[in-house]
Ligand binder design. Sequence first.
Ligand SMILES: Nc1nc2c(ncn2[C@@H]2O[C@H](COP(=O)(O)OP(=O)(O)O)[C@@H](O)[C@H]2O)c(=O)[nH]1
Ligand SMILES: [Mg+2]
Length: 213
Amino acid sequence: MSEIPSQKKEIPKYKIIFLGDQNTGKSCILNRFVEDKFDDKYQATIGLDFQSKNVKIDNQDVHLLLYDTAGQEKFRSLIPMYTREANIIILVYDITNKESFNHIPDWINGLTNVKFDEVIFCLVGNKIDLEEKREVTQDEGKKFAEEKKYIFEEISAKTAENFPEFFYKELFEEIANKFKPGVNVNNVEVNDVGNIKIEDNYPKKSEGKKCCK
Ligand SMILES: Nc1nc2c(ncn2[C@@H]2O[C@H](COP(=O)(O)OP(=O)(O)O)[C@@H](O)[C@H]2O)c(=O)[nH]1
Ligand SMILES: [Mg+2]
């Protein structure tokens, strides 16, 4: 008996890894992006969290697999397992914490198994709603990113400021340019996908509302 070829079209999948010091807001950025909510209650990420989101890029359905890492030293040994297959690496610092910005080169140096020219890198300064506590100027972040040819944006997971610009414009455009959606990269297995949340693209206007679990 011959097999009937499957008519199902494969949806391209891209792995996004968030890296950066503890407390810079990685988990909050991920929650804001995936579920459009912000939870004020601090809950440290243990090891690694994973979420996914379906979006349209260039009119094509795309699965984004988002990996949230823990900034604590003791979990850092886990990170290479995930960065090895990353398509997009988002380096996060807190604009109110200079140290978190100064540590960005350390995070980059730790990426020993990454094919740098095949990965989209982004540098993101979070917590711009705390302008009065700013310790890193926008120019410092921008200069660092420009030298490395990274996408750069300052955002707030709390108010959602600059989220559409960063994710839906700059990042998605780069994904479309670099990966040409339709082509699967890194052969991400279908069973890598846990709870796929079928969601439309980002709402046009976000209120920065608080939320509850
Ligand atoms: N004001 C403000 N606080 C934030 C923002 N993003 C995260 N936080 C807070 O910063 C702390 C650390 O956030 P979290 O996402 O757990 O950081 P992570 O360790 O990098 O995952 C929490 O208390 C959050 O409520 C933001 O954009 N603005
Ligand atoms: Mg976290």
